[in-house]
Design a protein around this ligand. Structure first.
Ligand code: RNT
Ligand code: ZN
Length: 420
């Protein structure tokens, strides 16, 4: 599409939205401020650079053998740069502890900020923020399925120390980059089959977390988050860190609660949880993902649930306090494309929500006019959202519509297929 077509379509579309008092230019300004935390682990199938010989455990499963997975920090950064060049806006990168950039043989409980200096330098140069996660899986000390709630105090201590070290790294990111880092604790702990004692592991997890979070850190540098799960592969019967567990823990201890779209019963959606959680907490962390029949972490598409997440964040003005992270991994398609598709879709969902006649819809609802509520909602689905999105991409200097695919294909030919 030519520049003048994009602008013509934009101006025409803008007028249609203006009839409902929707200020499109203002919406785009707001959209440009929103940072999505793009997860590094889509780039190499959650392998990381420490302990690369360990198998992937913790119930996380990546399928597919598409060529080109990143093998080094430099390769991963190059792939991330490629993806960011095709995504409008300035964003963040979400790292896991196993992505340390070091030649040292260092254990997880001994990690220090210096092991991530390469990432910090790169983030500064690229104008990106960083988020962080302790890696409590794919390790000798987690092989029987327990970490922070392990019955053995020595193993527990190892994971407590790893989580403490992770918070310090997070705080370093925040301080160095002048952007708050969210450090998110997720542990795979749970039983494959029905436990006798559901309480003791939860009590141990609670005590371990208390130790992990003992040292206060500057909230401008680091915010802690905790992520629950309903079940996993190998923890089908019982997960220690359930939703109720972390709802309680997070609210009581002023921690962000992380809602992962794949971590609930298949008929439950996280979009319906935001308006409740927001009434009781100062902030929320999201892991935007796409479960298909289970917590399968498919690449995020612009489906009803993603659109609903966008609507909830926009309608209740939660964008300022919600940290939007992505969490999916697909090794059956080009990994850079996976990032681009999922991240562009997440931004689209937010924009789509900003372009709805929320005032008119709320008014109809208040008056009990559910006919108008439904009719207007449906009619707005075919309003010219695409013209606004195209203009936004052009204005942000990234490819419009499917133009980006050719760039990913070229990168695949020139870079990805050359990797062994
Ligand atoms: C696992 C959790 C967790 C991980 C990442 C790699 O079920 O969703 O967030 O996917 O930390
Ligand atoms: Zn997650």
């Amino acid at each position: 599409m030519t520049q003048s077509n994009i602008e013509l379509n934009y101006e025409a579309a803008k007028q249609q939205y203006a009839q409902y008092g929707i200020d499109v230019d203002k919406a785009l300004e707001k959209l440009a401020q929103i940072k999505i935390s793009m997860h590094c682990w889509q780039g190499d199938d959650v392998r990381g650079f420490l302990n690369r010989d360990q198998e992937l455990t913790g119930g996380i499963s990546v399928t597919g053998s598409y060529p080109g997975a990143a093998r080094t920090p430099d390769e991963l950064r190059a792939d991330l740069e490629k993806a960011f060049a095709l995504i409008p806006g300035k964003h963040k990168v979400n790292l896991h502890a196993i992505y340390a950039d070091t030649n040292e043989k260092v254990e997880l409980d001994q990690l220090e900020p210096k092991h991530f200096q390469g990432w910090v330098n790169w983030a500064k140069e690229q104008g990106l923020g960083l988020d962080f996660n302790p890696t409590c899986f794919s390790h000798e000390n987690s092989k029987d399925g327990f970490t922070l709630s392990h019955p053995d105090p020595e193993i527990r201590k190892f994971w407590i120390d790893h989580c403490k070290a992770s918070r310090k790294i997070g705080a370093y990111f925040g301080e160095q980059l002048g952007q708050t880092c969210v450090t998110n604790v997720w542990v795979p702990d749970g039983f494959k089959d029905t436990p006798v004692d559901r309480m003791a592991p939860r009590k141990r997890l609670k005590e371990s977390l208390d130790e992990v979070f003992e040292e206060p850190l500057n909230p401008a540098h680091n915010l802690d988050a905790v992520e629950s799960k309903l079940f996993g592969l190998g923890s089908e019967a019982y997960v220690v860190g359930s939703h109720e567990f972390y709802m309680g823990y997070g609210i009581q201890n002023n921690k962000l609660i992380c809602l992962d779209a794949g971590h609930f019963h298949p008929t439950e959606v996280i979009s319906n949880k935001l308006s409740s959680l927001a009434l009781f907490s100062d902030g929320i962390l999201l892991h935007v993902s796409r479960p298909m029949r289970w917590d399968s972490d498919h690449v995020v598409v612009l489906d009803d649930e993603l659109i609903d997440i966008g609507r909830e964040l926009v309608r209740h003005d939660l964008l300022g306090t919600t940290h939007i992270g992505l969490d999916f991994f697909d090794a059956s398609i080009n990994r850079v494309a996976a990032w681009v598709i999922g991240t562009r879709n997440t931004i689209k969902a937010l924009l789509k929500a900003m372009l709805e006649p929320v005032d008119a819809l709320k008014q109809a609802e208040l008056e009990g006019d559910y006919t108008t509520r439904l009719a207007l909602t449906e009619e707005f689905k075919t309003y010219p959202f695409g013209a606004i999105w195209d203009y936004y991409c052009a204005k942000q200097g990234v490819p419009v519509r499917e133009e980006w695919i050719a760039q990913v294909k070229q990168y695949e030919r020139e870079v990805l297929t050359k990797r062994g």
